[in-house]
Ligand binder design. Structure first.
Ligand SMILES: CC(C)(COP(=O)(O)OP(=O)(O)OC[C@H]1O[C@@H](n2cnc3c(N)ncnc32)[C@H](O)[C@@H]1OP(=O)(O)O)[C@@H](O)C(=O)NCCC(=O)NCCS
Length: 165
């Protein structure tokens, strides 16, 4: 399975991950957001060029007081630069084959590469769409941030995970 940069030509009308906002996003909003520079989007597809999974990335900043205490001690800025994994979804027909993990790992690797070599960022954060998604991210080591409902994984943690594997 190969990761491709999103292009409008890929078919999305039948994409169904079981969650309407994530279906609507790839079907109706992704092209506009990418064109406007609001995010990048990476996909996996089948031989018929139908999207079977995708994720989006963008830059984000969070107030220092919303970040974990270890960062509050180290970073003396009002806002902390992070990368937002805004959306991650897989077509229902492909659940349980490790493809969600494949997309997640690729998004973390890409984020680490950018943060190390191109644009500084201290963590990847996610906005879990519901409790199920929260549990999914928790399983991979994301921790809940106070108040916002967002979840956080530091670049150091990501770097260490890739070093070990
Ligand atoms: C979340 C999603 C991408 C996972 O895809 P998937 O390919 O079915 O998951 P994987 O096969 O990669 O699962 C990897 C592991 O996570 C586990 N897992 C899957 N969904 C889980 C959940 N909701 N909570 C906890 N663990 C979960 C699997 O059991 C598997 O465990 P294992 O490695 O010990 O066998 C997919 O279910 C999906 O698109 N859901 C709808 C959209 C969504 O909720 N996105 C979340 C971000 S907003």
């Amino acid at each position: 399975m190969k990761i491709h940069k999103y292009e409008r030509k890929y078919k999305r009308d039948k994409f169904d991950c079981g969650k309407a906002p994530l279906n609507n996003y790839i079907q109706k909003n992704a092209t506009k957001d990418i064109k406007n520079g609001a995010c990048t989007c990476f996909i996996i597809k089948n031989d018929e060029d139908e999207v079977i999974g995708y994720y989006t990335l963008s830059t984000e900043s969070i107030p220092i007081e919303d970040s974990p205490i270890e960062f509050q001690k180290k970073i003396k800025y009002q806002y902390v630069p992070v990368i937002l994994l805004g959306r991650l979804a897989l077509d229902k027909n492909h659940f349980g084959k490790g493809l969600g993990k494949f997309l997640l790992v690729n998004s973390l690797k890409r984020s680490l590469d950018v943060a190390t070599n191109q644009i500084g960022a201290v963590a990847v954060i996610v906005d879990p769409i519901d409790e199920e998604a929260r549990q999914y991210y928790q399983k991979y080591g994301f921790t809940l941030l106070p108040d916002s409902g967002r979840m956080f994984m530091s670049m150091k943690t990501i770097e260490n995970a890739f070093r070990e594997n």
